[in-house]
Design a protein around this ligand. Structure first.
Ligand code: BES
Ligand code: ZN
Ligand code: ZN
Length: 484
């Protein structure tokens, strides 16, 4: 699909359909042409109104801000795609920032039109192929065409990176094994001169004493992989940012087996890994001025005679010993060893992403990422800067009472807490055990268990994977690039 900026007033562009945004129920702005019909149709400006005869679609939005623009464009595309039209036009609606408004337009369109139809014998074909954006602006501002073009370009890159992550997460566990993830990472790297990929196998994990990671893999027929992608910019990098992703290609729970209803959707347990891969793709295309790493622990958590067991004690890479009390708390074990390895890259910023706890979904709801770490300022700054991405974040806080709950009688730490409450924070505190003092304040943990995978569509997200974490981090890095 093509998104074209046309430097012409909206009425001079010929198109099959016109989309008009109704902002804050303002039913009389200059692009509106059907005011006379609104009363009869009982249209108040807060929903969609499709006028097939006049070939106009009105979309009510509350406010001119990035996420509302995304939702509007996604809704416009999905409403109109079923008709036999090839294009539609829409004017420019600028919010607080020109580039960000156009980014949002492009993201809404490319995220909203995503479909995973690989396994459908009959694939729907739409004739709608092009969207024209007129330079006519809603509140009368003159458009900076260069900024507008850049916004559309960046927005498409960010949406493509997100859709790339969705494709990987939506792929079935039979196909998307740790080896497949590794080969996909190699293919990703081969596409960019600036990206390199190194794959490490079981032998390497043994040499590195990554026994927590290895234990999780033990009863899987698929060998584990440690995947390391690096994007390096032209010239000197301003910072080194390391992302660590949980890459559980399937989480059955292991011997602490999940009930069937909870096992379903657990192909999504690789969402952190795919987010990290998507970020590398986006960073390479945005040509960000940072060295960016993705460190991914890829394995399945299966069940069998060789399974690791509740009661086992694992000696992790860092030397911290872990009492296993529940084999379904496997993500933190894989991350413990990956975080330990990742710190040897000497990151300026260290961010892990994981579908880590069901408690995060219970506590924050399905729409929100849990944001944890030791550095209160960093968390607040990160939340503020990533707001424009549309990804929702709630900051959670560590405390010493919760820290008590992961103490073990037999080892240095237990992989589950002794209380049912505060499960997302205690999981974060477990990870904190593997963060060295010098990195404590530069580390963030993103629990993406809620928004990573949907059983019901919302906003511009379809059922299935959403690519959670990709946009927030690319927005964060994009902003950091402007600042530094
Ligand atoms: N992968 C799950 C967490 C999860 C739940 C992700 C729902 C996405 C949606 C994780 O490995 C897990 O099973 N966690 C356990 C931890 C518990 C045993 C301490 C959980 O949340 O129940
Ligand atoms: Zn689990
Ligand atoms: Zn898991």
């Amino acid at each position: 699909m093509k998104l074209t900026l046309v430097d012409k007033p909206i009425d001079e562009i010929s198109a099959d359909f016109e989309v008009i945004l109704v902002v804050d129920k303002n039913l009389e702005h200059k692009f509106i042409k059907d005011s006379d019909k609104f009363e009869l149709l009982n249209y108040k400006g807060d929903t969609n109104l499709l006028l097939l005869e006049s070939k106009r679609l009105y979309i009510g939005i509350k406010k001119l801000e990035s996420d509302q623009i995304r939702k509007a464009l996604a809704s416009a595309y999905n409403t109109l795609k079923v008709y036999n039209i090839t294009n539609f036009k829409v004017a420019s609606y600028l919010g607080e920032c020109t580039t960000k408004s156009y980014m949002a337009l492009a993201e809404g369109l490319y995220l909203g039109s995503y479909e995973f139809n690989k396994y459908k014998s009959e694939k729907k074909k739409y004739t709608l192929k092009e969207i024209f954006i007129s330079s006519s602006e809603f509140s009368g501002k003159t458009i900076n065409l260069q900024k507008a073009q850049n916004g559309l370009k960046f927005g498409k890159i960010i949406a493509d990176a997100t859709n790339y992550a969705k494709d990987g997460v939506n792929e079935i566990p039979e196909i998307y094994t740790p080896q497949k993830m590794a080969s996909e990472a190699e293919i990703l790297a081969a596409g960019y001169d600036s990206v390199e990929c190194e794959i490490y196998d079981e032998e390497f994990l043994q040499e590195q004493n990554m026994n927590a990671f290895l234990a999780v893999n033990r009863s899987s027929v698929h060998p584990p992989r440690l995947i390391h992608l690096v994007y390096k910019p032209d010239g000197e990098a301003k910072k080194r940012v390391v992302f660590v992703g949980k890459g559980l290609t399937y989480d059955s729970g292991g011997l602490s087996l999940k009930p069937s209803d909870y096992m379903l959707t657990m192909k999504c347990d690789k969402s952190g890994a795919l987010a990290a891969m998507g970020i590398i793709k986006g960073a390479a295309e945005l040509e960000l001025p940072f060295e960016i790493h993705a460190v991914i622990g890829a394995t399945e958590n299966m069940i069998g005679g060789n399974s690791y067991k509740p009661d086992d004690v694992l000696i992790s890479r860092s030397g911290v010993t872990i009492e296993v009390r529940n084999t379904d708390a496997e993500g933190r074990l894989v991350l413990a060893d990956c975080l330990s390895w990742a710190q040897e890259l000497k990151p300026d910023l260290l961010i892990d992403m994981a579908t880590l706890t069901g408690a995060c979904v219970v506590g924050l709801g399905e729409f929100t990422i849990g944001l944890l770490g030791n550095n209160e300022e960093f968390k607040l700054e990160y939340k503020k800067v990533t707001k424009a991405s549309g990804e929702l974040m709630s900051v959670l806080e560590f405390n010493d009472y919760l820290r008590e709950l992961i103490k073990s009688n037999i080892a240095d730490v237990s992989n589950t807490a002794s209380s049912r409450y505060g499960g997302t924070t205690t999981a974060g505190l477990f990870l904190d055990k593997f963060i060295k003092d010098e990195y404590k304040d530069r580390w963030l943990h993103l629990d993406i268990a809620g928004p990573a995978y949907l059983e019901k569509a919302w906003g511009y997200n379809q059922i299935g994977a959403t690519g959670a974490g990709v946009r927030a981090n690319l927005y964060y890095l994009y902003n950091l690039a402007k600042e530094s």
